[in-house]
Design a protein around this ligand. Structure first.
Ligand code: PLP
Length: 403
């Protein structure tokens, strides 16, 4: 067993790399979370989350929890046992959110989707149009399905709901798209947004977010699900979070402030452009590998391929986990695995959060070595194709440092 030296490249689609600035901000002694210093930090951090979600109407609250906690909170607060919700089955994460709803006694209409294609808004429309008694209380959509590396049409699904005048709430999970590509809570009419800390926000896991608009807040006042830890009512006063059920994730708030500083300094739209650039380079590389058959980008729809990760589909008879193991053990590059039905068929390259061109090129080069070692047919030179894509995208130069 060789001892690993040099940087180990962590290319998972969550958790993601944590910048030193965030780590350093978090490494500090405990503070009194009821004291004025922490309360001010809490208030301004939650306020600063709003531009990332592009909301003025909604407000943001957090819990000490993984993203799954925000799923629980959404169901516990917004529904009563027996309520029906419509969930397009985009993959593993949609399935898990559906199961959360079932666990709270909800009836889930699990809408099948075409494999390797984004959700078809018209299919959602047909189900809603048939719901003449208004039994469907919510549509729940994953913006970025992390299991497949696909983005789903958030604005278009809302447009269909509006056209039909269907009163369902609209809930969107942005855990692996938040601060990686565009999301517009107000403009797209999203009533409740789910977010997490360990993906585009570059924090450790353990801080989950919910953005709530007036409609969702109203609904939460009359629903009858059992709730305690997740209950919004004691946490919120006048549209802002004033308490937690227990001790808040104090260190995460210091990390969040550093992360928000970094995003603001770069500029949110520049953060998106960087994700797009790195995603395009990754896709150019995978397409090159797969010339003449073999490896494929999982998404068959180029516009639906995610900017935060790329899921790579293996040729039949080849095991994605063998490539992952070699990439990790021989070359120090950690990749995401295929989940449930995609296990062994897919490996996932995370390109979200604190990442730049040389990190990506290094990782893609190592993956190409691992493909060769594993005997997976591919065209050599994927990194060249990635570099061509980066050249074409012409990354903005760093501003000259003022003397
Ligand atoms: C990671 C992820 C989750 C779950 O978050 P945890 O922090 O692992 O509980 C939910 N939804 C999506 C889309 C995710 O990518």
């Amino acid at each position: 067993m060789t001892v690993p030296r040099g940087w180990q490249f962590f290319m998972h689609p969550g958790p993601t790399n944590i910048p030193y600035r965030v780590l350093q901000a978090m490494a500090r002694p405990s503070v009194d979370f009821t004291g004025p210093e922490f309360v001010a930090l809490r208030d301004r951090s939650l306020e600063r989350m709003k531009p990332i979600l592009k909301t003025k109407e909604g407000f943001v609250i957090t819990y000490a929890a993984s993203g799954n906690g925000a799923w629980d909170a959404s169901i516990a607060n917004l529904f009563s046992p027996g309520d029906k919700v419509l969930v397009p089955q985009t993959g593993f994460f949609a399935d898990r959110w559906s199961n959360t709803a079932r666990a709270y006694g909800l009836e889930v209409e699990a809408l099948p989707t075409t494999e390797r294609r984004p959700v078809d808004p018209d299919t959602v429309g047909r189900i809603l149009a048939a719901d003449t008694q208004g039994r469907i209380k919510a549509v729940m959509l994953i913006q970025n399905e992390t299991a497949t590396g696909m983005r789903h049409p958030v604005a278009e699904v809302r447009a269909v709901m509006n056209r039909l005048g269907h009163p369902a709430l609209y809930l969107v999970d942005t855990i692996s798209s938040l601060a990686s590509y565009d999301f517009r809570m107000d403009e797209w009419g999203v009533d409740l947004v789910i977010g997490g800390s360990q993906k585009g926000l570059m924090l450790p896991p353990g801080m989950a977010f919910t953005a709530i608009n007036g409609r969702a807040w109203e609904a939460a006042q009359t629903t009858r699900n059992t709730r305690r830890y997740w209950d919004w009512r004691p946490m919120v006063e006048n549209g802002r979070q004033v308490a937690f059920c227990g001790t808040p994730p104090i260190a995460h708030f210091f990390g969040l402030e550093a992360s928000l500083d970094m995003i603001e300094e770069e500029g949110l739209e520049n953060v998106f452009a960087r994700h797009r650039r790195l995603a395009n380079a990754t896709r150019a590389c995978v397409r090159h590998w797969g010339q003449g058959g073999g490896l494929e980008i999982y998404s068959l729809d180029a516009d639906a391929a995610s900017d935060s990760l790329t899921a790579v589909l293996m040729p039949a008879g080849h095991d994605a986990d063998r490539v992952r193991t070699i990439a990790s053990e021989r070359y120090g590059v950690a990749l995401g695995r295929g989940l449930t039905t995609l296990q062994g068929r897919v490996f996932r390259i995370g390109h979200m959060g604190d990442l730049n061109e040389p990190m990506l090129l290094g990782a893609l080069g190592a993956i190409e070595l691992a493909l060769a070692d594993a005997g997976v047919p591919h065209a050599r030179g994927g990194v060249d194709a990635a570099m061509d894509a980066l050249r074409a995208a012409a990354a903005p130069r760093k501003a000259a440092v003022a003397a």
